[in-house]
Ligand binder design. Structure first.
Ligand code: FMN
Length: 176
């Protein structure tokens, strides 16, 4: 799939069969993560955690349900969550550090699309998870790292048609 086809086919997938990426596919997805730009080239301050452990995926969902008071499945039954964390310079991650994590996530989502796998960016339930020390401990992050965001990936029954991208889907002004 060429880059533009991948861009136009990518979509957030919220239905999964339960089957995860193969080891080979995971390797390609992780390579896409490593190809991402990050602020000031601080790759040592970034960390990727591939979470296949059901206990952790369930704990994230359970926590989100408790925090919102609504029973929900914010990871949509996906078999894998790839979490991106940063070692912030200050106490909490800055805009550029958070953005770097987002870039890494997006590269992985695009790679998943190119491989015919479903993916969806995950922010909300991970923000809620960060409020629970016990849950954060399950990530086994290196000292000083903060979980920012992630992407769920897995096989889906959904198709990936080339999507119509309307002109000015994002209001745009050209200054000449
Ligand atoms: C920063 C960011 C955070 C997001 N967080 C979530 C999330 O927590 N859960 C979710 O289901 N989708 C999440 N999404 C997916 C968006 O809802 C989705 O990208 C948007 O509705 C456009 O749909 P599309 O991805 O199919 O083009 C997030 C997307 C971005 C860029």
């Amino acid at each position: 799939m060429d880059l533009f086809e991948t861009l136009y086919r990518r979509k957030s997938v919220r239905h999964y069969t339960g089957k995860g990426p193969t080891d080979e596919q995971l390797e390609i997805i992780l390579k896409a993560a490593y190809a991402s730009p990050v602020v000031s080239g601080r790759f040592a301050d970034m960390h990727v955690t591939v979470i296949k452990r059901k206990e952790i995926l369930e704990a994230i969902e359970e926590n989100a349900s408790k925090a919102t008071g609504v029973r929900s499945h914010p990871l949509y039954g996906a078999p894998v969550l790839i979490l991106v964390s940063v070692h912030p310079k200050e106490e909490t991650p800055s805009n550029s550090e958070y953005s770097s994590a987002a870039m890494v996530v997006h590269n992985m989502a695009l790679a998943a699309t190119a491989l015919g796998l479903g993916s969806c960016d995950i922010w909300g339930s991970l923000r809620l998870a960060n409020e629970r020390d016990q849950l954060v401990k399950m990530y086994e992050l290196p000292q000083g790292f903060v979980a920012c965001c992630g992407v769920i990936i897995g096989e889906t029954d959904e198709d990936f048609p080339v999507r119509d991208i309307p002109e000015e889907k994002i209001k745009t002004k050209i200054l000449e």
